[in-house]
Design a protein around this ligand. Sequence first.
Ligand code: ACK
Length: 936
Amino acid sequence: LPLGNYFPAFWCIFMHHFPHVCKGKHQIKAQRWEEVSIMDEKNIPIRTYQVCNVLEPNQNNWLRTDWIPRSGAQRVYVEVKFTLRDCNSLPGVTGTCKETFNLYYHESNEVRESYIKESSFIKVDTVAADESFTQVDVGDRIMKLNTEVRDVKVTTRKGFYLAFQDVGACIALVSVRVFYKTCPLTIRNLATFPDTVTGADTSSLVEVRGSCVNQSEEREEPKMYCGADGEWLVPIGGCFCSPGYEEKGGACKACSAGFYKAKSSDAGCFKCPPHSHSVRDGATVCDCHSGFFRADSDPPSMACTQPPSAPQQLISVVNETSVVLEWAPPRRLGGRSDTSYNYPRMGSGSISSSQLCLPCGSDVLFSPGQTGLKTTRVVVSELRAHTHYTFIVHARNGVSQASGAGAAQSVSVSVTTNQAVSSILAIDVTRHSLSLSWQQPDRPNGVILEYEVKFYEKDQKERSYRIMRTFSRSVDVTGLNPLTVYVFHVRARTAAGYGEFSAPFEFSTNSDPFPLIGEGVNSAFLLLSVSGVGILLLISAAVFIISRRRSKYSKTKQDSEEEKHLNPGVKIYVDPFTYEDPDQAIHEFAKEIDVSSIHIEKVIGMVGEFGEVCSGRLRVQGKREIYVAIKSLKAGYSDKQRRDFLSEASIMGQFDHPNIIRLEGVVTRCKPLMIITEYMENGSLDAFLRKHDGQFTVIQLVGMLRGIASGMKYLSDMSYVHRDLAARNILVNSNLVCKVSDFGLSRVLEDDPEAAYTTRVRRKIPIRWTAPEAITYRKFTTASDVWSYGIVMWEVVSYGERPYWDMNNQDVIKAIEEGYRLPAPMDCPVVLHQLMLDCWERERAERPTFSQILNMLDKLIRNPGTLRRTGGDRPAGTMLESGMGSEVCVSVLPEVCVPEWSVCEWLQSIGLERYRDTLAAAGYTSLDSLLALTHQ
Ligand code: ACK
């Protein structure tokens, strides 16, 4: 990295940058930092700065660098290589000998500060050696080189000086390399993120906006965060390749000829659809082959098509002044399914006058319509009688207009309309017959071939009618009922077909009574039957609905009963809000404590506007005094606040578990209201971990997590959903036992400073700890508690780091939606991170249960070797307890996959380690190779 130029390990440059070898003000003798040539471990001579005034007291020898420009860096790293003499190996040295030196820096804008006071330097650290060597025996000694790296924030000036202070050690400085870290230029989701200098603090994130790569456009603003260790984190948003381009290897490449991409959101380039082609690269749509077309509304993915051929077999049936036209669909539909028909009527003309065709008037009716019809039949009525018509039927589809096709798609037919009989006369009437006669139509449409007479009893309407045909213009109708009114219609038929029926004519036969009674009985019976059937139907419908409701109800009941039977014998938590009287709940689950037995000592925290937490002592008669935490609600609270405050005690009082904070009792009879719980000496877990950053072994951390999982398993067994599981809501006692605390719904929503409103829900939610389904549609379940538990795991392993650092809530939601998950914290065992990822499964059914988590952690604790592998950059195992050397084989196969599980470990886990050498000799050295092992 750029700053490295200033301190490469090569001597010449190194020397050039250490011109200020100076004597401290307390130095007495002439010995100080000196340039000395020594041999390195490969016996190659190197130049060093050395100082070794171990016999003299009060050493203060300084060596400083030239001015180093910081070049935009905010935190620089100083890697020092040095050797150091072990004081014990130096004969005759007294207490004056030291085994450390100090590293200092001084920020400055001045390239050449001639004299810098000691006091202007700020100490970075005291540096000690991991390895020291006991004897300087140039002949056969092995020189042990130490490498130490320190980092320092440099933000105030253009550059800085470094200085090394010797206080009486025997040191040789071999090289100093100064560098800063950047997140390297990268392309993610088709957006370019520039080389970015990391932030000033070890936990700071630099938000970087990406820019879409060439030939791409923004899908959603691309963003990433540059972490302090030079790694990119949390990619959000991104770009799409523009139309005509597709993603290949992080860039957008033009679609090749024969392919196209129409929309930027399309997955890639597609082959041109049938009857189309693209000749040039980067096509957004393929051109149609000649003779093929694409309608405006056709998507580019659709094949090019053709207009339909003409409709086939058009036939017409004339009925007086109406015509029924029918035809078959075109033989060729042109590859489309949107064929429709139009019926332009060419025109009409009188038969006798042989006039030219004229366009028709608008009084003609088309049923179902005249244009855009999907059916192959139309009835044309209200035509003029005795007139020639020519009908042309056009077949059209979506590309007819584009193709300009016309006559080829149509078929025509000519017809002539008829005329109706205008009146009928009754010539003779008897009790059982009628003789009728009529005139020929005014203008018959050709020779009349026959007449058709239709008649029925008037009361029966046309429900049942009779037809008679005759060649003459009269008919005798016999077999009629006496004294009954009949309705008659007559129509004529010519070669062109039947004409319309005439208007109705009514005639009555003579005398004989009407069978009224019979009909009346029938109607009454009919009415009764109809209403009976109706009533029966109503009754059955009602019975059906009621039975459905009943069965649904009993199912709900059964469901809840089933739920309760899931854990027979386990107590189920009772929601205090189901009590009408909150005091009833509180006295059922919490003991009332006399305020005189409480001694408050000091305030240790605040909760919301009206609450405070104090520590103190509680002495209940007959029991020894214990330390307690006292949560109180100061005067001035509302009824709701009282109820909410006490609900926490009503909830806590139902629990009895070593990893759940224990309720000692409540004070409700006087003010302030108090909730008394056991005292947890180390306070909240998040603050506790931050205070003890890096001080615990992995086993200790897993132990804490085990305690929390055990408490949460107990809560989930009781069907209690916590909703605000977070390290800040876990308390730690003096034995490092972690206990789940902070119960009560209202507190989750109101007192937790992390709870924020989201755009989608009205209530506040601690976004970074909450499962996506709980954020989106408030689905809080034990599975959403498991998600939060995963976040707590991350908080614990990262010693109280803030989940998702300083990203804002909306970005967190977006990142989770896009599948981003928190990376493994530094030194985090792979198995633990995998467990976190399992807790963060999008599908809540896929997340482990607390019982499974607990089993898993128990196995890890029993087999610490499984925690050895970390994904971090520090050497693996540095945080493990001593005795867990790199050769440890674990004896139980963990439930999670451990990618580097060795054959040795596997054999041990199944008790067959004696076969290790046999397998190795046969070439089975990796787990992969074992997969090929056959039974033989
Ligand atoms: O991190 P802390 O010291 O631990 O600050 C918070 C503060 O009160 C507000 O919640 C502390 N606190 C809460 N309950 C207890 C308890 N049972 N024992 C000790 N400290 C507690 C918590």
